[in-house]
Ligand binder design. Sequence first.
Ligand code: SF4
Length: 466
Amino acid sequence: MRVLEVFEKAGLKPRPGQVEAAEALAGVEGDALLVAPTGFGKTLAVLSAFRSSGRLPVLWLVRSLELGSRISGDALRLDLKPFIAAGRARSCSVKTDDPEEYCLINRSRCPFFQNLKEGVPDLFYTSWEEIPSHLCRYYAQDFYIAAADVVVQNYRRRVVGSYRAVVVDEAHNLLKPNIVEIKGLGEALDALDALNPELGEKIRGIINKGVASIDLDVIEETLIVYREEFAKGSFMARRLLPLVRFLKAASRGIVYREEGKVMVALPPWRPSIGPRIYLSATIPKPIEDLFQAAVIRVPSEPRKALVVGDVTTKYGEETIWGYMKLLSSLKKRHKRILAFATDRIIVKLVSVIDFLDEKPPDDWRGLAMFNVFGRFSEGVDLPADAVVMVGAPFLPPDVTERLRKYYYRMGIDPDNAWWIPMVTATLQAIGRATRSPEASPEIILADYRFKKFAKYFEPVLHIQDS
Ligand code: SF4
């Protein structure tokens, strides 16, 4: 069936460019990257390509499962069977702090798992949430996954079944490290001290080194202590949990400290199965090349961004007073200003900030500041009159140095480790205020270094002097 027929059969009128993009995609045999602006209808274009070519089933990876209902809705419109699959933490029916560990120890005795022996309803479910609650929804999902045309799940969930293609939504997330702040570590280490002081001392030593990787032996030893406590049902297991989560993350990434906080940079990655179809609205040309895929780019107008050239957050040259003046003057010109910076800079600007790392109310006014690597820097819609990057968000030099090997393993020149995280973090932060095509906030890049990197933002941002 031709792509246009797929749309017509579904009673849909394609948007301009959708049919052409879908036809181009249907013609690619290997990996492909579709870059199209927000509002283009990438999901329908991709699904219609699969429907037209019969290349099914397909695995659809999303950063957050909240996007699942949009994909599932579009699949249903094209007469495809979707299923949204959740990880164990979300779908386990047992109330426990640590479903992974609980399941590892208790699965054979788990009543929800036992109930699976009676079989699962032979009905059409579109999501794990529709599975009856007396069953283990986590394992029951495998049955519905096997019957689906489009399986939507998180980037890192276990892959069940085999697929004709893997779609990666918001693919700009793949090539940048994911920065995670670890909370509750101090208390967890105190708990470990009470059980195994030597081990506690060892982990403190590693964290205090600044930038570090954690030995597998240390992780194993800590897991043994934790599992003993968990199996006993001891309250110490709950206290140790942040440490266990930290070590699991640390085993995959780079540990570092910033402003007293412990952070883990989880490295860039790519799905190990393919062919992969990458989707994004904000991939500039230099990053596009790193995907090593056939590129289908839907032309769109670049947004204008102004560089403020007399300020910087470069280590040792920070112009905090300059940022104070800039933000204060912007507050006089605009009602709602979004600003993004690293924690190292935010702590020095608190006197001009009205909302710090919290979602402002609907009728907000003033300056809302967010950590550029924090939870508000992606996936959230924050309309504003101006959006400001307070400094070019380069990672600390030691972290960047260690990231090089991860890019090398992906077949990407490690020298790119310097600019990829900075460019992707900037575009994602700006994207919070430019999610709808109608939004046109003033975009300000407040750091002279942005000018040097202007070509890395084309054609998404067109960078000019202010
Ligand atoms: S078998 Fe299912 S319900 Fe039981 S602990 Fe494991 S994931 Fe949870």
